[in-house]
Structures are given as structure tokens and as C-alpha cells.
Design a protein around this ligand. Structure first.
Ligand code: ATP
Ligand code: MG
Ligand code: MG
Ligand code: MG
Length: 438
């Protein structure tokens, strides 16, 4: 992409309304634009990151055996009356009427709808286990939307729903999602700690929140700092095998949100030097809720004995759009964002330090052409801004690798490569730059 033809509305001033660094940086870097409280347009740079995060979430869900579908954003109120949640959900639910005075709502979550789909087709335990997910916009009329996309009203969520014949099966499904979440967040460069959590309005008896530690987070957390060094399962983890040892390893050391914190247990189990009391951002949550929805909505299947019984369910959410903010909270410095490679909007930025000079233009064009041909996502700053402004833009938008092409270096056949994560710089020959950045 040539920056001269891209749409990257960088803000010079720091927006006053933004209280936390990720919100400030997203506005300054031209990633989002607020259209109403908690409702954002995703500008091209922001959308690229959102799509990268979405793709990682999807890959790891698929790897764990979940099947993607897509449910609508609008749902019938009657469906929620079946489960009893239409009245119970309260003012966070956006209720809508169509021209025929039919009551609808903008989905804040999809347990009812997926249960309705399930019961429409599945009759026998032989079709189980089944895990269906989608990545869809949700609406929750949050009392206090704030921190940009971290607490929006409209936000993108991945939500998966598992169906099993009994509790033992449901726990296996739960463990698959638990492991998939460990992998998902680690791939984005995040340390997300699974913590015992309250089950809230979704209900049930087993739940973990995945929380990224950050001072600006909204949840208070208590952990044993040993959990920070546990190994994340690698790509060939066997999702059909027994995952309980992994789950056990990750749930043995103390880690709890303040809602379920048990002070005496904490003091008893965790030696003082390992206690960490801090704040964190909830980026995902998983629940086992048993037969809560299958009882009320009559999602029954025949067991091996031929007798119909309610299925055991779980639901598993990831805050896809919240993650964009959470990653910035974890990866930035005073000059801007430092995207981890896996979610970066572009892999490489080429900065032409003397636009219009034939040697720098030619070298940049060659770099741009050859890297693009090899499938590298390149942003070529071919604008006529001065060098200082180009440096500032590249640092602000956080592209992991910058290639600086100036007349001085080129006289010796060299360009400068800078790694955004630690600022390390190196002068290399033009050819070597291409090989290095592929
Ligand atoms: P919170 O405690 O932050 O209000 P929640 O517990 O209500 O979140 P869940 O129902 O568990 O949210 O939804 C799954 C995930 O969706 C959350 O873990 C979070 O990452 C994301 N999420 C929830 N609410 C919002 C929101 N208002 N804006 C952005 N992401 C959200
Ligand atoms: Mg909430
Ligand atoms: Mg929560
Ligand atoms: Mg939650």
C-alpha cells in the first residue's frame, strides 16, 4: 500500500476525551472514529488489525474442533421469553420494534438462538459433541461506555457454544476451549491468565475469565505470580486427547478476580513474595452452564438408552474488538504503538527520506515491488512529508519493521532497518534488506 493513496487520518493533537493510552493511540493513529457513545467506525488501519485478530481467533477455534456459522444480529424477543432472559437481562439489552410491532432485540449474546438452531436438527447423542461458533457484532447498552473499543456498546465478539450428552463430555468441551484460549491470546503476543470467575447473568457453575494484566484494566485480580511463567501448549496439542493435565497446571496456582477472591485461601496458599494484586482486562470468558438452556428451551436428545434428556451446554466468548485496545495497552511506548508481528496492520514500513530524488525513489520502488511480490504486507511512505514526520508516523502506527531509505546510505548501497519493538537499528545492503524482511 502506498501511503499517498491510503486513508490514514493521523491526529496531531492528543484527543482530550480519551482517558487511557490505547484509546488515545487508536484515535491518533486514525484507527477508529466515534460515531456515537460506544459506537465506532473502523477506519482502514484499525480494520486491518481487527481482521488479523479475528483470523487468529478463527484458526484456533477451528483447530480445537469448533465449527463456524453466522447468526443474525437481530433476534426475536419471544426466543428470549422462552429462556426467561427477556425480562431478566435488563437495560443493557437494546429492544427494537419493527413496522409490524414485532418485538426484536439486538443480540448481546446468542445462547437462546444457538439452542433454537440445535434443537431444530439434533435428535441423538450420536451427533455429539458439537461446538458451533460465530464472530458477530453484539450490542450491549453499557451504562458507561468508555475507553474506546474496550467498553463499547457495539462490539465484535467470538462466541462459541458446546453441546454434550453429559457433564463429563461438557467438561471435555470446556477444556478444549480453555486450551484454545491459551493459544489464541499467546499468538497475539498477550499473556492472558485464566482466573476463576463468577458466572454472572449467563449462569452455571464453572467459569474462567482470561485476563490481561494492566493497570488500566477494570477488574481487580489476585494472582500467584507463578502463573505468569506457565508454558502455553503448542500447535500440535491433541484436542482429541486428555487435556486435563494442561487445565490442571493452569488452574492450580491461585488466580482469581476480586468478585470471587478468597482472602484467607490466598494468604494460606501463596507466600507473600509471590502475591500480586493488580488490575486486568477481561479478554475472554468461558462457562459451563449445564442444562440451564436445554431445560427451559427443551433441547433434548436421545441417549444410548433411547431416553430423551437435556443436553449439557457451555459458552465461550472472546472480545475481538476489545483485544485491539488490550494489545495496545500491553504494547506501546511514549511515541506510539508497538504491534506484535501477528496482528500488525502492515509488516514493514518503507520510509523514503527524500521523496522525488531519483535514487531513493528507485530503491524504494524496488523494495516495495519485491517485498509485495513475496507476499509481505508493506506500507510505503511515498508522501512528501519531511523525514522527521515520517519517523513519527511510523512509530505512532507501530509497524514492526521500518526500512529507512536515504541518499547518504544509498551512496554506499545501504538502507537502515529499525525494529519497532526495541528500537534496534542496522545498516544493510538493499538486497539483504529484502531477504531479511521476507
Ligand atoms: P465485562 O465484565 O467487561 O462487562 P462481560 O463479562 O459482560 O464483560 P461476556 O459476556 O463474558 O462479557 O462476553 C465475552 C467477552 O466479550 C468479554 O470477555 C469481553 O472481552 C467482551 N466484551 C464484553 N462486553 C464488552 C464491551 N462492552 N465492549 C467490548 N468488548 C466486550
Ligand atoms: Mg458486561
Ligand atoms: Mg465480566
Ligand atoms: Mg465475562
Amino acid at each position: 500500500m502506498r501511503l499517498s493513496r491510503f486513508f490514514l487520518p493521523i491526529l496531531k493533537e492528543t484527543p482530550k476525551e480519551a482517558e487511557i493510552v490505547s484509546h488515545r493511540l487508536m484515535l491518533r493513529a486514525g484507527m477508529i472514529r466515534q460515531e456515537a457513545a460506544g459506537i465506532y467506525a473502523w477506519l482502514p488501519l484499525g480494520l486491518r488489525v481487527l481482521k488479523k485478530i479475528e483470523a487468529i481467533v478463527r484458526e484456533e477455534q477451528n483447530r480445537a474442533g469448533a465449527i463456524e456459522l453466522l447468526m443474525p444480529t437481530l433476534q426475536l424477543a419471544d426466543l428470549w421469553r422462552e429462556s426467561g432472559r427477556y425480562d431478566a437481562y435488563g437495560p443493557e439489552m437494546l429492544r427494537i420494534q419493527d413496522r409490524h410491532k414485532r418485538e426484536l432485540l439486538f443480540g448481546p449474546t446468542n445462547e437462546e438462538m444457538i439452542t433454537e438452531i440445535f434443537r431444530g436438527y439434533i435428535r441423538s447423542y450420536k451427533s455429539l459433541p458439537l461446538n458451533l461458533y460465530h464472530i458477530q457484532w453484539k450490542f450491549r447498552d453499557e451504562q458507561r461506555p468508555r475507553f474506546g473499543v474496550m467498553r463499547g456498546r457495539e462490539f465484535l465478539m467470538k462466541d462459541a457454544y458446546s453441546f454434550d450428552i453429559d457433564e463429563a463430555g461438557a467438561r471435555r468441551s470446556y477444556n478444549r476451549m480453555f486450551v484454545a484460549y491459551l493459544r489464541t491470546f499467546a499468538r497475539m503476543g498477550l499473556k492472558a491468565i485464566p482466573m476463576r470467575a463468577e458466572t454472572g447473568p449467563i449462569g452455571g457453575d464453572l467459569s474462567h475469565e482470561f485476563i490481561v494484566l494492566a493497570e488500566t484494566g477494570e477488574s481487580g485480580v489476585y494472582i500467584d505470580k507463578d502463573v505468569l511463567d506457565l508454558p502455553v501448549p503448542d500447535m500440535d496439542v491433541d484436542y482429541d486427547g486428555d487435556l486435563t493435565p494442561i487445565v490442571k497446571q493452569w488452574t492450580t496456582a491461585y488466580a482469581a478476580t476480586e468478585d470471587v477472591h478468597d482472602g484467607s485461601r490466598y494468604e494460606h496458599e501463596v507466600p507473600e513474595e509471590r502475591r500480586v494484586h493488580t488490575r486486568g482486562i477481561e479478554v475472554g470468558q468461558i462457562f459451563y452452564f449445564g442444562t440451564k438452556y436445554s431445560d427451559s428451551m427443551k433441547a433434548l436428545v436421545a441417549g444410548p438408552d433411547g431416553i430423551e434428556q437435556p443436553i449439557h451446554g457451555g459458552s465461550y466468548g472472546v472480545g475481538v474488538s476489545r483485544l485491539v485496545g488490550a494489545i495496545i495497552e500491553a504494547c506501546h511506548d511514549e511515541t506510539g504503538i508497538k504491534w506484535p508481528d501477528a496482528v500488525a496492520p502492515f509488516a514493514v514500513a518503507i520510509l523514503n527520506l527524500k521523496q522525488g530524488a531519483s535514487d531513493t525513489d528507485a530503491a524504494c520502488e524496488r523494495l516495495y515491488r519485491e517485498l509485495s511480490a513475496r507476499g509481505v504486507d508493506v506500507l510505503y511512505d511515498d508522501t512528501d512529508q519531511r523525514a522527521g514526520a515520517k519517523f513519527a508516523t511510523a512509530d505512532l502506527i507501530g509497524i514492526p519493521w521500518q526500512v529507512m531509505v536515504g541518499p547518504k546510505g544509498l551512496a554506499e548501497g545501504k538502507v537502515e532497518i529499525k525494529r519497532r519493538s526495541d528500537g534496534a537499528r542496522e545498516h544493510v545492503a538493499l538486497e539483504d534488506a529484502i531477504a531479511r524482511l521476507m
